[in-house]
Write a protein that binds this ligand. Structure first.
Ligand code: NDP
Length: 311
């Protein structure tokens, strides 16, 4: 049996693609993942309050939002498989999509495997994840935990600069911990953070452990020049050290950019292989928002529907 459409990945991009494709009677089959690339449901499963997804004036918990999207996709007839895809073959149609348990053939595929925010895995990180440690200021910055306390941001790229600036709205002071003695961020962002009176840059500094009680209270930082250590009393620690797109299984078949994100062409979600689309963070290192992921998921489903009707 050959499926019409397989969707790989179950974040906002995947479920939006599934809702649109199911309503178009494509009977999509979704591999929602199991372990690889984080939890089924994507990065929102490890977020607390989501306050910027339109339609929820009082905010919604990340896992609840994903449960709702999942239910909506099921309601319209999406078939779900809770398993990781471990191999694909896009060299000939129908395409092959395989997990450890099964092999599926499909005429079309939408890839929504997302990206994972890189972490440092310092001592205490698991304990304070979502209780002071986060990898997304835009998602978590307004949490009462971070109001009027000092906060540390790790990284020296545009994301770190953007997160540091964003957090100055809530924090009493932002410490930017840069592992080297240079910033990678664009000149304009560099100027903004260097001239901001609430931001202090710590050059060649890295956090090595996190401490607190129910919530984060301080971190230990290590100077990378002379290895000396010191304590920093902060109520927040934000990682902005880049993301890793979940594209390992597509390497060699789909065109990826130098950071490993799937290349899509122009104003579409088309990849270099006809019949394969990519939506969400797996092809977007710039916006990385649930709502933009959902938007591209919708685009991918509409493009797949049109293409299947014509081919
Ligand atoms: P980048 O790869 O540009 O920067 C990552 C930063 O994190 C670097 O300073 C790097 O240090 C540091 N880093 C990496 N690993 C570690 C580690 N283990 N410990 C400590 N520090 C570490 O990632 P970004 O997410 O900032 O940006 C990704 C892309 O997205 C870029 O092209 C950026 O321009 C773009 N972007 C654009 C935005 C905009 O235009 N508004 C906003 C955000 C991102 P080092 O320099 O030493 O390697």
């Amino acid at each position: 049996m050959v499926e019409q459409l397989v969707i790989i990945g179950s974040g906002p991009a995947g479920f939006t693609a599934a809702i649109y494709a199911a309503r178009a009677q494509l009977y999509p089959l979704m591999f929602e993942g199991f372990q690889q690339g984080g939890l089924p449901g994507g990065q929102l499963m490890t977020t607390t309050e989501v306050e910027n997804f339109p339609g929820f004036s009082q905010g919604i918990q990340g896992p609840e939002l994903m449960r709702e999207m999942r239910q909506q996709a099921i309601r319209w007839g999406t078939k779900l498989i809770t398993d990781d895809v471990v191999r694909v073959d896009f060299r000939q149609r129908p395409f092959t999509i395989a997990s450890e348990e099964m092999e599926i053939l499909s005429q079309a595929v939408i890839i929504c495997t997302g990206a994972l925010a890189k972490r440092l895995h310092i001592q205490g990180e698991e304990q304070f994840w979502n209780n002071g440690i986060s990898a997304c200021a835009i998602c978590d910055g307004t949490n009462p935990l971070f109001q009027d306390v000092e906060i540390a941001v790790v990284g020296g790229g545009d994301s770190a600069a953007e997160e540091a600036l964003y957090l100055t709205k809530y924090a009493s002071k932002v410490h930017l911990l840069v592992r080297s003695n240079r910033l990678r961020a664009s000149k304009v962002m560099q100027e903004r953070i260097l001239n901001h009176d609430k931001i202090q840059i710590h050059w060649q500094a890295l956090p090595i452990s996190a401490h607190g009680d129910e919530v984060l209270r301080s971190i230990t930082i290590q100077d990378q020049k002379d290895q000396t250590i010191s304590e920093l009393a902060v109520g927040g620690l934000f990682y902005a050290i880049g993301h890793t797109p979940n594209t390992q299984i597509f390497a060699g078949q789909l065109e990826l950019d130098e950071q490993g994100y799937i290349k899509t062409s122009g104003k579409s979600t088309a990849t270099n292989i006809a019949g394969v689309w990519a939506a969400g963070d797996v092809q977007d290192h710039l916006y990385r928002q649930a709502v933009t992921a959902a938007g591209t998921g919708c685009m991918a489903a509409l493009e797949a529907e049109r293409w299947l009707a014509e081919s």
